[in-house]
Design a protein around this ligand. Structure first.
Ligand code: NI
Length: 137
């Protein structure tokens, strides 16, 4: 179990009031958990910026009736096989598919993969969720 350390933080009263209001909206029950999350968010951002090993997901929405699009998405994923650890395909309705691609490795490669998928014609929406392997956060 990690050792907990207490430390004091000084900040403007108004800022703290805004923060507490924000926390209530975000369902936090105490400041400590909210501050831990803010710190971790910043550390994860740093891991992406510094090229450390990261993890994340790319979500893609497309119409599978566009056959060339499906082949193109498949080709791109094969080109990035080293970073893709899992994919899940969900048939949302008669036309639309949702694909979740889990990635782990170099953040530049993950961004490149996401950009490549997003840029394909007929892809309706694509997002990259930048997360962490859980190490050092
Ligand atoms: Ni489908």
């Amino acid at each position: 179990m990690p050792q907990l350390v207490r430390f004091g933080v000084s900040l403007e009263k108004d800022l703290l009031l805004h923060f507490d209001t924000h926390l209530k909206g975000k369902k936090y029950t105490n400041r400590s958990e909210a501050i831990r999350d803010l710190i971790r968010e910043d550390l994860v951002k740093k891991q992406w910026e510094e090229g450390k090993e990261i993890a994340g997901t790319i979500t893609v929405i497309y119409d599978h009736h566009k056959r060339e699009l499906v082949n193109k998405l498949m080709d791109i994923q094969h080109d990035f096989g080293g970073i893709i650890i899992s994919t899940q395909h969900i048939h949302l309705d008669h036309h639309n598919c949702l694909e979740i691609i889990a990635v782990r490795g170099n953040p530049c490669k993950a961004q490149e993969l996401s950009d490549s998928l997003k840029a394909v014609r007929w892809v309706k929406h694509a997002t990259l969720s930048m997360s962490s392997t859980g190490k050092d956060i």
